[in-house]
Ligand binder design. Structure first.
Ligand code: ADP
Ligand code: MG
Length: 634
């Protein structure tokens, strides 16, 4: 049995045991929850609150857990939804509940577009601080300018409950079992949507952006749009929770926009376990139940925040992944251990599966008549048309001139080596060639077209891709998932909100990922995350990610650096098969390997291009010897 079959087998066992969708299990558990709460001193009221905060947390988990955006201002959207819906219902402008709720949710989402437009210009702590500041602004405005509509300090009381006229009787949905059932149905629907979203191609790209934003951009995703979409979805969830809490309490309090509200959803999600979707619900259950219980205890009621705070600090320090996260991790480790044990017993690990013939794989981008597999290794060098050209490139970093009047022309189908001592400017030139960095002056041409300043995403779309000097993979993802990131950009374009679609295991996309893995000799390493791979394997995956964008021009920045002799041989083999039908520019210090691979070699020294020509000529060039040895050789 291969590792692949084993992993499939392990998954199969798991699937059979839990054949019902998660939503069914969750519904069952949530049907039992109120009874557990009642027997433990809670109430139906407590249960309803838990569900509502669970909805709020679902959106936040998508935003923080999957997209990696830590917002301290979710109260802005919670409050917007709450007040808009409450105002519409209290004033009688809208009498239909679905309409009023829809309007509240839409208002939150529309507002989040504005907030996102400002906040998403920054990353990390600056993003968090902007969201925090904006929600504080909302708090202030609600208490001042908007007070005539929101009730200022008093909040907005008198939000009606939904009613139905059935025959002669008027049914009212009171905050009791009936309302619990309705909100449970809404929770399950929103949970289902969130789960579809995070497993959809959209969700996978979102997750990849969190892990490595720069690489995700470089393989062709419009990361700003993905972040904005996640921000708006999270605001929709926050708005929905706000509207429903208003209706449930018949009141929207002045604390809806308060920092406490934003802080509580962060805490609940982190304690429950982010990136689990169920975590925020578990966090909410703990928080709300403990708060209700602690407040009832005579003598310590007033200190509930102190006790809850201490308990949560304890939870976070002992369970880094949160409650649900730790449980998932425990089972994941067990499955992995079982799979690798069985694997060790069933077969010897093959050291390296030889690369598969890539000819048909890259048929789409093949250069006619230039297939290296056909044996005409050197033919490409002679007379090919220039594919990518750097013209008079200059790059300054402050006072330092990293590149000075560099001209380089790489011909169609050739492998060109780029050598030069450390600090010569090779990586800088690569960054300019792939559009990651703008040159101070000079032009870039691709197939005769001036592409100066088009940016890394557009350069990738045109067919220029790079493997990085420092490996840029997605350590938390599996090998297949790593390759899906560039493949999804190719098949779906820079952005698509396909939250309800799925990647089927037998889809063309998966097959392509598997073919690439086979070509990289990584098909026996499918189980487990990429963080478990050896450095040489990560290198091959790194090249695989660049290849998955189907580049016409592939740039490799020191692909052999830090590898053992065995690993070098494997990577050289991969480079050879990757070069079939495409143009390759490779920076390398391993001269033996490079001179064996390259059709031509260019030499950079102190930011200047001092020589270019066939390997034999470069080997004997006195200027090159001077550059490397400091003195001309005899
Ligand atoms: P190589 O890849 O040939 O070893 P690099 O292109 O990385 O060299 O660097 C060329 C020169 O530019 C070095 O002196 C380096 O310190 C400088 N340099 C590279 N990147 C930056 C940067 N982002 N900011 C400032 N200086 C840089
Ligand atoms: Mg470098």
């Amino acid at each position: 049995m291969t590792a692949q079959q084993l992993a499939a087998h392990a998954n199969g066992v798991r699937r059979r045991a839990f054949a019902l969708p998660v939503e069914v299990w969750l519904t069952l558990a949530l049907c039992v929850m109120p009874f557990v709460l009642l027997s433990a001193g809670g109430s139906v009221d407590t249960a309803i609150r838990i569900l509502l905060w669970g909805i709020f947390g679902l959106g936040f988990d998508i935003l923080f857990g999957y997209a990696g955006l830590l917002s301290f201002g979710q109260a802005a959207f919670f409050g917007t939804g709450g007040f808009v819906t409450a105002y519409l219902l209290v004033s009688g402008i809208v009498t239909s509940f679905p309409l009023a709720i829809g309007a509240g949710v839409l208002a939150s989402m529309a507002f989040s577009v504005l907030v996102g437009f400002v906040a998403l210009r920054r990353v990390g702590i600056y993003f968090s601080m902007i969201t925090f500041a904006i929600s504080e602004l909302c708090f202030f405005i609600q208490h001042s300018i908007l007070a005539p509509w929101t009730g200022g300090d008093n909040g907005l009381p008198g939000v009606p409950h939904p009613t139905w006229q059935v025959g002669d009787t008027l049914l009212e949905l009171k905050p009791d079992w009936g309302m619990y059932a309705v909100i449970l149905a809404i929770f399950i629907a929103t949970f289902w949507f969130a789960r579809r979203l995070v497993t959809s191609p959209f969700g996978r790209v979102l997750n990849a952006i969190r892990i490595n934003a720069d690489r995700s951009l470089a393989v062709g995703h419009n990361i700003q749009r993905y972040k904005m979409a996640a921000f708006v979805v999270a605001a929709g969830y926050a708005g929905l929770a706000g509207t429903l809490i208003g209706i449930f309490q018949s009141y929207v309090g002045p604390d809806a926009f308060a920092f406490d509200t934003s802080g509580q959803v962060v805490m609940q999600t982190v304690v429950g376990g982010m990136r689990t979707l169920i975590g925020p619900l578990v966090g909410a259950a703990l928080w709300i139940y403990l708060r209700d219980i602690l407040q009832q205890i005579p003598g310590i009621g007033g200190m509930w925040k102190l006790i809850l705070g201490a308990l949560f600090i304890l939870a976070i320090t002992t369970m880094r992944r949160g409650i649900v996260g730790e449980i998932q991790h425990f089972f994941y480790k067990r499955r992995l251990a079982a799979a690798s044990l069985a694997l060790a017993a069933s077969e010897k690990l093959t050291a390296f599966a030889p690369p598969a013939a890539p000819a048909e794989f890259f048929a789409g981008r093949a250069v006619p008549g230039r297939s290296r597999a056909a044996g005409d290794e050197r033919s490409a060098a002679e007379g090919g048309v220039p594919v990518i050209e750097a013209r008079h490139i200059r790059k300054e970093f402050g006072g330092l001139v990293a590149l000075d009047d560099v001209c380089l022309s790489v011909r169609e189908g050739e492998i060109m080596g780029l050598i030069g001592p450390n600090g010569a400017g090779k990586s800088t030139l690569f960054r300019i060639l792939t559009g990651e960095m703008a040159a101070t002056s000079g032009e870039m041409h691709f197939r005769g077209r001036n592409i100066t300043g088009i940016g890394v995403r557009e350069a990738c779309r045109m067919g220029i891709s790079k493997s990085y000097q420092i490996v840029q993979v997605y350590p938390e993802l599996s090998l297949r998932e790593n390759l899906l990131v560039p493949l999804l950009a190719r098949s779906r374009g820079a952005f698509r909100f396909d939250v309800l679609s799925r990647i089927k295991p037998d889809s063309e996309l998966m097959k392509e990922a598997d073919r690439l893995l086979a070509m990289m000799g990584l098909n026996d390493r499918l189980g487990g995350p990429v963080s478990d791979l050896s450095y040489g394997e990560k290198r091959r995956l790194e090249i695989g990610i660049a290849l998955a964008t189907h580049p016409e021009v592939l740039l490799l920045d020191e692909p052999l650096a830090g590898l053992s002799p065995d690993e070098r041989v494997q990577v050289v083999r991969v480079i050879k098969s990757a070069s079939a039908g495409r143009t390759v520019l490779v920076v390398e210090h391993d001269m033996d390997s490079l001179f064996g691979l390259a059709d031509r070699v260019a030499v950079l020294h102190m930011g200047r291009n001092i020589a270019v020509g066939p390997p034999a000529q470069i080997r004997d060039d006195p200027a090159v010897h001077t550059a490397y040895l400091g003195v001309p050789s005899e």
